[in-house]
Write a protein that binds this ligand. Structure first.
Ligand code: DPP
Ligand code: ZN
Length: 874
C-alpha cells in the first residue's frame, strides 16, 4: 500500500462546479448517472493534464464528453482511476456506473441496511458510488434524482431541498433534491426506505422557520423525542454562543442500524447510527441519553465547523473535528455540569488518548502522512484536537476567542482550508502570537511536566519549577518545547485560596492564574507567603499534559476536601487511589490498604451536602485501563487484582454507608435526565455494584428487586451489571435470560446485553464470548454487534483479554482476520489492543506480538489493517 504525504499536496488540476446525479435503485444493484460540469483550475500550474477521477468497486457502463460517447481508446478505466487523456478547458463529463449496494459490507459508499438504502461518504466513500475527484477541496453544487420502487421505498432523501417528485412506470417513483450550497463529495448523502417521519420546527434568530424531520423505521417511532429536543437545543445554543444560524430550510436526521461511525454530518441530511440517536427511558441509559444529546449537537455544529468551512485535505481533519468536539463539549457543559463534563473529558484523554499518543500509531493532530485515512479518525484528531482549540480559548479569553471564531467563519465561508488558517484567524482577531503554539499541531506525544517546589521562609517566597519534555514518538525525536497554559492555585493550611503575587508589591493578586509555559524550564516565584502552601496544579486540566509532582498522601487528602476547584478535588482523589492501588500491585494479599482512603470515601458517601454529581465521580476508582496506561511493563492480572482488592476493602469497610447511600438515593419521581437525577441513579448503582462485589445478601436482594421493578434502563442495567459482575451465578443467569426475553426485538438493547457480558471479568470468560458470537442475535455484518462483543471483550474486559495463556490474543487475531474480509474499517479498529503489545510485561508481550504476526500474514489483508499492524511491528 501507498503512503500519502501532506508535503505532496497540490491544488486540484480541475474543479467541478455542478454535479447532476440520477440514481436508479433496484434489488440487484443500482445504476448511477452522473454529469459533472468541469473546468481547469486557474490556480493550478499543471495546465492541460489528463483528467483523473477516483473510483472504487465500480462497473463503468459509459463515459461521454459534452454529450459524445467516448470510444475505447479515449479513456482508461484502471478501477481506482478513470483517466481521460485529453479534455478541453471547460466541459461536461457524463459517467454511468453500476454498483451493488446489497453486497456492500464495508458500509462505505451506497449500501443497504435492514431493507433501506443509505450512504456513508466520509472520508473516501463517494468514489464507491461514481468516478469523481474524491477530495474535500473540490466543492460543487449537487442536484440528485432518486428513483426506486414506491411501495418498498416510499421515502427518498438527499441533501438540500426537494424540488420535484412524481410517479414512474412499473410502480416506481422519484424525488429530486437540490442543495444550493457548494460542498465536498464526502458530505453527499442519499437515503431510500420505508420510514416514518417525525416533524418539528425551529425558528431561527432571524425569524426563519426550519422544518425539522427525523426518519426512522416504524418500530422506532417512539424513540425520537430526545434527539429532536437535543437538536433544537443545539440550534439555539449555536446561535447564542457562536452566533451561527442554520442555513437551509430543512434539517433531516435518519437512523440506520448498520453504520461504521457514530453519525455523519451530511449537509442537511445527518445520518446516525441507531445507537447514537434513538432513546426511550425503557431502552436507553442516562449515559446513552447524554451521549445522544452530545452527538446530535456535534453533527449539527458541523454545519458551520465542517460544512460551510471545510477541510482542504484529510491531513486537516482536526480542523473540523477538534473544533466541533470542543463546541459539543461546551454545549454539554452548559446543558449539565461543567465540572462533571470536564472530568469526563479529562478521563477520556488521560486513559485513551494518552495511550494512543504513547503507542505505535501516535500522530500529531495534523498528521504528515497516512496509508488509510479511516485509521486517523482517532482520539488524537478529535479529543486532543479539541483540547488544543480549548487552550487557544484559554490563552485568548472567551471574548477574543469568539472574535476569532467569527473571523474564521466570515473569512473562510464556502472554502476548504487548513488548521493553519484557523490559527491565523485566531491570531488576527486577538493580536496574539501563536507561532510557538502551532507546534501542538505538528508534534505528537503527550508533554510531561516535572514540577518541584521550594519555600523560602525568610523571604516568604514559594518557588515553583516546571520542566517540560515531550517523549519521542514514531518518526519524531528531539521535540521543541510547546506553549502550554498552566492553571494553578495555592492553598494555605486551612484550605484558603491564597493570592498569587508574582512580585512583592503586586496588589489585588488573583487566587487562580494561568501561567504560560514556553521554555523547557520555568521558575515562578510567589511572594508574600507566611507558610509553604499546598499547590493545586493544572486546574480544569488546562492542557493535555502529564503532571508529575511529588505529592504526599497528606497533600492529596487535603486537596480532596479543600480544593475550591471541583475538578482538582476529583483529580486529587484519583491520584491518591492510583498511588494506593499501584503500591499493592504484585504485593501479598494481606498487605494493608491505607486506612485514610476509607476515611476519605466514607466522608464522600455520607455527606449529602456535597454536590452529589461530583461525589459520584469521586467515588469511581481509576479504571483498569487508566492504571494500565500509567504502568510500564503492565501486568494486567496483577493490576486487576490490586484494584479489586481496594474495591472490596472499601466495600467491606463502608458496607453500612453504602446501604444508606442506596436508600437515600432511591426513587426519583418522574424519570428525567437532569444532573440531579442522573447523579442519584448513578450513586445508587455504584452502591449496588460495590455491595455485590462482597457478596452482600442485602445488596443482592436490592439488586434483584431493582432489576424487576425498574421503570428505566439505567436502573435495570445498573442492577443487571452488578449481578453479572457478582458471584451469584444462578441470579446472573436468571436476570440475563429475563432481560433478553424482554428486549430481544430491540437491537440497541441487545447490544447492551452483549456488552455487559463481554466486558465482565466474571461473566466474560472466553468460552462465554464464543457463545455470544454464536448467538442468533449476533451478526458479523453489523458493526455495533461486533463492537459489543469483540470490542467490549478486548477493550474493557482486560483481565479476560490478557489471560496468561494468550488465548485472548489468539481469539482477537482470529476475529480481526475474519472481519477484515467483511469490513476493514472496523477490523482495523479492533486490532488496536494488540498493537500496544510493547506496553505489557514480557510474559504477555511475546504472545501479543505473535498474534499480531498471524494477522500480518493473512492473505489479502486490507490496507486499513495493514497500516496498523505494520506500524506496530516495526
Ligand atoms: N461523522 C464523523 C463525525 O462527525 C465524521 N465526520 O465526527
Ligand atoms: Zn465530527
Amino acid at each position: 500500500p501507498q503512503t500519502i504525504y501532506l508535503s505532496e499536496y497540490r491544488v486540484p488540476a480541475y474543479l467541478v462546479d455542478t454535479v447532476d446525479l440520477r440514481f436508479e435503485l433496484f434489488e440487484d444493484g443500482a445504476r448511477v448517472h452522473s454529469t459533472l460540469a468541469i473546468r481547469r483550475n486557474p490556480e493550478s500550474e499543471e495546465g492541460a493534464v489528463p483528467l483523473e477521477l477516483d473510483g472504487d468497486s465500480l462497473v463503468l457502463e459509459s463515459v461521454a464528453l459534452n454529450g459524445q460517447d467516448l470510444a475505447a481508446g479515449e479513456f482508461e478505466d484502471r478501477g481506482d482511476k478513470l483517466i481521460v487523456a485529453s479534455v478541453p478547458e471547460k466541459f461536461e463529463l457524463s459517467v454511468v456506473t453500476w454498483i451493488e449496494p446489497q453486497n456492500n459490507t464495508r458500509l462505505e459508499g451506497l449500501y443497504k441496511s435492514s431493507g433501506m438504502f443509505c450512504t456513508q461518504c466520509e472520508a473516501e466513500g463517494f468514489r464507491c458510488i461514481t468516478f469523481f475527484p474524491d477530495r474535500p477541496d473540490v466543492m460543487a453544487r449537487y442536484k440528485t434524482r432518486v428513483e426506486a420502487d414506491k411501495s418498498a421505498y416510499p421515502v427518498l432523501l438527499s441533501n438540500g431541498n426537494p424540488i420535484e417528485s412524481g410517479d414512474l412506470d412499473d410502480g416506481r417513483h422519484f424525488v429530486t433534491w437540490e442543495d444550493p450550497f457548494p460542498k465536498p463529495c464526502y458530505l453527499f448523502a442519499l437515503v431510500a426506505g420505508d420510514l416514518v417521519e417525525k416533524r418539528d420546527t425551529f425558528t431561527t434568530c432571524s425569524g426563519r422557520d426550519i422544518d425539522l424531520r427525523m426518519y426512522v423505521e416504524p418500530r422506532n417511532a417512539e424513540k425520537c423525542d430526545h434527539a429532536m429536543d437535543s437538536l433544537k437545543r443545539s440550534m439555539r445554543w449555536d446561535e447564542d454562543v457562536y452566533g451561527r444560524e442554520y442555513d437551509l430550510d430543512i434539517f433531516m436526521i435518519v437512523a440506520v442500524d448498520d453504520f461504521n461511525m457514530g453519525a455523519m454530518e451530511n449537509k442537511g441530511l445527518n445520518i446516525f447510527n441507531s445507537s447514537c440517536v434513538l432513546a426511550s427511558k425503557e431502552t436507553a441509559t442516562d449515559a446513552a441519553f447524554q451521549r445522544i444529546e452530545a452527538i446530535v449537537a456535534h453533527e449539527y455544529f458541523h454545519n458551520w465547523s465542517g460544512n460551510r468551512v471545510t477541510c482542504r485535505d484529510w491531513f486537516q481533519l482536526s480542523l473540523k473535528e477538534g473544533f466541533t468536539v470542543l463546541r459539543d463539549s461546551q454545549f454539554s457543559a452548559d446543558m449539565g455540569s461543567d465540572t462533571v463534563k470536564r472530568i469526563e473529558d479529562a478521563t477520556l484523554m488521560r486513559t485513551a488518548q494518552f495511550a494512543e499518543d504513547a503507542g505505535p500509531m501516535s500522530h500529531p493532530i495534523r498528521p504528515s502522512s497516512y496509508i488509510e485515512i479511516s485509521n486517523f479518525y482517532t482520539l488524537t484528531i478529535y479529543e486532543k484536537g479539541a483540547e488544543v482549540v480549548r487552550m487557544i480559548r484559554t490563552l485568548l479569553g472567551p471574548e477574543l476567542f469568539r472574535k476569532g471564531s467569527d473571523l474564521y467563519f466570515e473569512r473562510h465561508d464556502g472554502q476548504a482550508v487548513t488548521t493553519d488558517d484557523f490559527v491565523k484567524a485566531m491570531e488576527d482577531a486577538s493580536g496574539r502570537d501563536l507561532s510557538q503554539f502551532r507546534l501542538w499541531y505538528e508534534q505528537a506525544g503527550t508533554p510531561v511536566l516535572e514540577v518541584t517546589d521550594q519555600f523560602d521562609q525568610g523571604q516568604g517566597v514559594y518557588r515553583l519549577t516546571i520542566r517540560q519534555s515531550i517523549p519521542d514518538t514514531p518518526g519524531q525525536a528531539d521535540k521543541k518545547p510547546q506553549h502550554i497554559p498552566f492553571a494553578l492555585g495555592l492553598l494555605d493550611e486551612h484550605g484558603k485560596a491564597l493570592p498569587l503575587r508574582l512580585s512583592v508589591d503586586e496588589q489585588d493578586a488573583p487566587t487562580e492564574r494561568v501561567l504560560e509555559l514556553t521554555d523547557a524550564e520555568h521558575v515562578f516565584e510567589f511572594h508574600g507567603l507566611t507558610e509553604k502552601p499546598v499547590p493545586s496544579l493544572l486546574r480544569h486540566f488546562s492542557a493535555p499534559v502529564r503532571v508529575h509532582y511529588p505529592w504526599t498522601r497528606e497533600q492529596l487528602l487535603f486537596l480532596i476536601s479543600h480544593d475550591p476547584d471541583g475538578f482538582n478535588r476529583w483529580d486529587a482523589g484519583q491520584r491518591l487511589a492510583v498511588d494506593i492501588i499501584q503500591s499493592l500491585v504484585g504485593q501479598p494479599k494481606d498487605t494493608p490498604v491505607d486506612p485514610r482512603l476509607v476515611t476519605a470515601y466514607r466522608h464522600l458517601i455520607s455527606d449529602s451536602a456535597l454536590d452529589q454529581a461530583l461525589v459520584d465521580k469521586m467515588l469511581q476508582l481509576p479504571s483498569e485501563a487508566y492504571l494500565v496506561e500509567l504502568a510500564s511493563d503492565a501486568d494486567v492480572p496483577a493490576i486487576h487484582a490490586a484494584r479489586e482488592r481496594v474495591l472490596k476493602h472499601l466495600a467491606i469497610a463502608l458496607r453500612d454507608d453504602l446501604v444508606a447511600c442506596y436508600r437515600r438515593n432511591a426513587g426519583d419521581g418522574d424519570y428525567a435526565v437532569t444532573p440531579e437525577q442522573v447523579a442519584r441513579r448513578s450513586l445508587r448503582n455504584t452502591a449496588l455494584a460495590w455491595l455485590l462485589m462482597i457478596n452482600d445478601e442485602e445488596g443482592r436482594e436490592l439488586a434483584l428487586r431493582q432489576f424487576r421493578e425498574a421503570d428505566n434502563m439505567t436502573d435495570r442495567m445498573g442492577a443487571l451489571r452488578a449481578l453479572v459482575n457478582s458471584e451469584y451465578e444462578a441470579d446472573r443467569d436468571q436476570v440475563l435470560g429475563d432481560f433478553y426475553q424482554r428486549f430481544q426485538a430491540d437491537p440497541q438493547v441487545v447490544e447492551q446485553w452483549f456488552s455487559v457480558q463481554a466486558a465482565s471479568s466474571v461473566a466474560g470468560r472466553l468460552g462465554k464470548i464464543h457463545d455470544l458470537l454464536a448467538h442468533d442475535a449476533f451478526d458479523w455484518r453489523n458493526p455495533n454487534k461486533v463492537r459489543s462483543v469483540v470490542g467490549a471483550f478486548a477493550g474493557q474486559n482486560l483481565s479476560g483479554f490478557h489471560a496468561e495463556d494468550g488465548s485472548g490474543y489468539e481469539f482477537l487475531a482470529d476475529q480481526v482476520c475474519r472481519l477484515d474480509d467483511i469490513n476493514p474499517q472496523i477490523a482495523a479498529r479492533l486490532v488496536t489492543p494488540l498493537a500496544r503489545w510493547r506496553k505489557f510485561a514480557p510474559a504477555y508481550r511475546g504472545k501479543m506480538k505473535a498474534a499480531l504476526e498471524t494477522v500480518r500474514d493473512k492473505s489479502g489483508l486490507s490496507k486499513d489493517v495493514y497500516e496498523v499492524v505494520h506500524k506496530s511491528l516495526v
